[in-house]
Design a binder for this molecule. Structure first.
Ligand code: DX5
Ligand code: ZN
Length: 238
């Protein structure tokens, strides 16, 4: 079984950007791996952001791929339309889906990567058999709904168990973390096994989003290089 080295991705969250100037805000993160787009409906979470028309327009002007995070009810109904917008990935919350396997397959059939998200208190174990159906598992490190919250360390063991399951299954599933990722917490999340990092305030809240992305990426990569969790991550020679 060959396992590729973990790729560290920094996906800034548009939730912390200026919603009146989205095109300019996207240009400021042109060095990111993707832009994380938080869609909220004021039902699944107590907040409201943007919907499909804005996402379709962002897809047309963005210099980086769109990583869409749907925090919406009735997600089985709505998620396929986001895939049709030709974004790179669509992530739905398992708590909002009646038929997550069917939905993941539908997203892939429409040419989009399928992501599945877990709220902090949702266990990963019931869904491990679903890993081959997914391109990404999003483990929330805050309660979804708002930017600028503190990272929940209580979620770290779940990230470790998810990483062990991914490595054990041999499938290529990215593990994304979202919420409270900073230059301090990214190291703990990466050491636990996450490899895709969403950062809102830690990127857009800084004078230079480009510098913030570079610095977060360096911290994430260093954590991978020093952890023995992943078979291909050998500690640096002294
Ligand atoms: C929260 C959103 C996050 C949020 C992260 O529900 O899903 O993507 O923007 O913001 P920070 O990085 O500020 O915690
Ligand atoms: Zn998000």
């Amino acid at each position: 079984m060959s396992i590729s080295p973990l790729k560290c991705c920094i996906n800034p969250s548009i939730l912390s950007a200026d919603f009146v100037n989205l095109e300019t805000e996207l240009a400021r993160i042109a060095d990111a791996d993707a832009v994380h787009v938080d869609v909220m409906d004021n039902r699944f979470v107590p907040n409201l952001t943007i919907g499909l028309p804005v996402v379709e327009r962002m897809q047309k002007v963005s210099p980086v791929p769109l990583d869409v995070h749907l925090m919406i009810a009735d997600v089985d109904l709505w998620a396929p339309s986001y895939a049709d917008a030709r974004v790179d990935s669509v992530t739905f919350h398992v708590e909002a889906s009646d038929a997550p396997i069917k939905l993941a397959r539908e997203l892939r059939a429409r040419g989009t990567k399928a992501g599945m998200a877990l709220r902090p208190a949702t266990p990963v174990e019931p869904y491990l058999d679903m890993l081959p159906e997914l391109d990404m598992l999003l483990i929330m490190t805050v309660e979804p709904g708002f930017g600028g919250q503190s990272f929940l360390d209580i979620v770290l063991p779940k990230i470790r168990r998810a990483r062990a399951a991914v490595e054990g299954s041999g499938v290529d599933v990215a593990i994304q973390v979202d919420g409270g990722i900073t230059e301090e917490t990214i190291t703990r999340a990466a050491e636990a096994g996450a490899n895709v990092f969403v950062a809102g305030s830690a990127v857009y809240g800084r004078p230079s989003p480009a510098d913030a992305i570079e610095s977060l990426r360096a911290k994430g990569q260093l954590a991978f290089a020093t952890t023995t969790l992943h078979p291909n991550n050998t500690p640096p020679q002294a």
